[in-house]
Design a protein around this ligand. Structure first.
Ligand code: ZN
Length: 191
């Protein structure tokens, strides 16, 4: 109450000082900057260009190891140098996100190849082997008379990713986390 009296009495200048102190207190929680080998906790909302929310994490459970390719390159780049309390909006184009859509990854597969599957519906995903032998996830996009059309592109390939991000925490990664290339701990990866 005394403070309120003073700020009125001494005009705007004093109030400005109080605000600056308060701001420093909030963001001063950790001034550690995001760089390689830091573990970062984020709140984020991801929208497509229509404004539809594609993904969201607001409970502090999203952690990643910076510099270890845990997240898409465009977002990682935008977060470098930021600190706890910082908020950013970033639009990540496909080439810095999940890549452009590759029509060659859309294929027609004979229906009998799915004989073992419980049900085939549009949207159902299957694990498959890519041309180079790596494991990929394919999504059923169309069902015809005797073939099933599957798409091996990532669901977000070709999509602009609009992120609203708040940096919640930045800490040093442990030697083990750096060695493994991912976050450990209660909210991270468990072995
Ligand atoms: Zn590990």
């Amino acid at each position: 109450m005394a403070l309120a009296g003073i700020s009125v009495k001494y005009s705007g200048g004093f109030r400005l000082n109080l605000l600056l102190c308060a701001t420093r207190k909030i963001t001063g929680k950790s001034s550690m900057k995001i760089e390689d080998n830091k573990v970062v906790t984020l709140h984020y909302t991801l929208k497509n260009n229509d404004g539809t929310v594609i993904d969201q994490s607001e409970d502090g459970s999203f952690l990643y190891l910076h510099g270890a390719m845990n997240i898409i390159p465009g977002l990682e780049k935008a977060l470098a140098g930021k600190a706890a309390g910082d908020e950013i909006s970033v639009k990540v184009p496909p080439e810095e996100g999940y890549g452009e859509k590759d029509e060659g990854r859309i294929q027609e597969v004979p229906k009998e190849m799915f004989d073992g599957a419980d049900q085939i519906d549009v949207g159902v995903q299957f694990h498959a082997q890519g041309p180079d032998g790596t494991a990929i996830v394919v999504t059923v996009v169309e069902i015809k008379d005797d073939v099933v059309v599957v798409d091996g592109n990532h669901a977000l390939a070709g999509v602009d990713l609009n992120f609203e991000v708040k940096v919640v925490d930045v800490r040093d990664a442990t030697e083990e986390e750096i060695g493994h290339g991912h976050v450990h701990g209660p909210d991270g990866h468990a072995h």
